[in-house]
Design a protein around this ligand. Sequence first.
Ligand code: NAD
Length: 381
Amino acid sequence: MKMTEKDSLLSDFELFDKMKEHEQVVFCNDPATGLRAIIAIHNTTLGPALGGCRMQPYNNVEEALEDVLRLSKGMTYKCAAADVDFGGGKAVIIGDPNKDKTPELFRAFGQFVNSLGGRFYTGTDMGTTMEDFVHMMKETTFVSGLPEEYGGGGDTSILTAAGVLFGIRATNQMLYGSDDLGGRTYAIQGLGKVGFKVASSLLETGAHIIVADINKDSLKGIEEKALTTSGTVTVVANDEIYSQAADMFVPCAFGGIINDNTIEQFMVKAIVGSANNQLLHESHGQLLQKKGILYAPDYIVNSGGLIQVADEIYGINHERVLKKTKQIYEAILGIFKEAENRGITTIESANEMCEKRIAMRGNLNNFYAASVKPKWKFTNS
Ligand code: NAD
């Protein structure tokens, strides 16, 4: 169907409507390398936008745009919750990570990131690796999540897993009045970079873990690990993991796994895991609450990796990063208690905490201050 002038004007307005909560959206096009990417900056009240760069063969531009808008907003909350001085942003490259990657494509993307002059910092996400960012860093300094040999913090999954364990401890404290990890049963979905580390640490405390993964090698690996610890492991089929009787469900694979179908099956007291966007809709937080299942908001539980990449921008210090990651324990406990006291869901409690923090910080510079630059603050000059 041929588009009329009126139609195209309408779609222009629709585009602005879609991004009404966002500060800026940048479409990046480089025919020479085949780069087609979108950068979305949601909110920079707390500092320059920070967010990973995802590479995925989206079916169309609209799908890519929806994804980048949703993910960049999520980063605003995640940065606020982790109390790092960064705002929310995200980038998506439209392409197949198994076929379309070239060093030149990432260098071209690096040039676009550089053109934003520090309003947006990016790092790895689904479909991109630290090696891709080594190409990008030749064009821009606004990258993070680099390998250690390039001055970066290296693999983020170590700190992400550490954060998940702090989240599990806080949840045990809330449920049982003791934050010991051992002697409990955890149903873990996904034994990848994060899940395997979480599962191994739980085995070392003597816990019983029930696991599912589509990757047979990971299952074999965790069974071998169990032999060297006081913990025990049971492997179940992928679709059986939701209905296991356990203290906790620990999702470490993919998003949207808390939905009408799974909530009906859950036989756990709590859900704490690394997967991003676990609630299919925010209303599923209410359904969990009704069923008496305590939910630890994902974007706080899995913020260890973000804390590391944010710290890397100042010059990585592993001790400092671990200290900040430990704060996940208190943050989760605080959110549980606030939600309980006010009869709201834990995700509502977490979102409110972030919104308050952003509003307070937004009011910080409303009087004239002398222009001495503190070392730990981004300034425009
Ligand atoms: P990963 O790709 O290394 O691991 C994912 C694992 O899930 C793999 O072992 C895969 O085989 C398994 N899996 C996939 N589909 C499955 C299914 N249907 N049933 C069971 N298992 C399945 O990813 P990761 O880095 O370990 O991240 C895990 C989750 O945590 C993701 O949602 C990611 O977005 C999130 N996360 C990761 C980090 C990080 O630092 N790596 C930080 C924040 C959030």
